[in-house]
Design a protein around this ligand. Sequence first.
Ligand code: AMP
Length: 207
Amino acid sequence: MNVIFIGPPGSGKGTMAARIVKRYEMMHISTGDMLRENMRAGTDLGKLAQGYIDKGQLVPDAVIIGMVEKKLLESYGGALFDGFPRTESQATALLKITDIDAVIELEAPLELVTARMLTRKVCRKCGKVFSTKLYKDNFCDECGGELYHRSDDEIETIKARYMVYLETLGNIKKVFEERHLLYTVDADDTVDSIEKKITEILDRKLV
Ligand code: AMP
């Protein structure tokens, strides 16, 4: 099964993806994580991405599509795409490379995602997301990696990222609506409730 998560930054895509890939044994393909790995490693791709990410802008389609194509060569079983596609041309490119079974849209207003992102920390090693309101430690409870606050999780960049998301959302949704693949889930809920709503959708795809 191949699934896409779309949703504004801070809507819980990463948190949900971690749970869903475990449950259905899928490969987690997060373009944001892949770009951050490249930035940490100081690759040419990372250096190019940094400028866009710091401004809350999208990295060019050709770079992203090439990166995902390469990743899919090592894919096994199903894949969960998190933060990709973010433009109509990424969406159509993906549909040419692979079949998609469901697209889950996590819907969340700007006020909610801003509050979440200003208080979120991410594990440097495994990417697990924490809220500093609920988790006081500086190290990941799964892998022991150090937690950090993302440099693009600042108020102005959050707003810019949200606006960029809204600009492209309509076109992306149209691509998947036409194929009857789109399911919208209210992300202003508890993690467990959101997971339940998503698994109900995905379980129906498996029968
Ligand atoms: P994320 O971790 O998904 O919030 O992504 C962080 C940043 O990486 C975004 O604000 C973009 O600058 C860049 N990025 C991640 N995924 C994509 C994508 N599919 N297309 C273009 N830029 C992306």
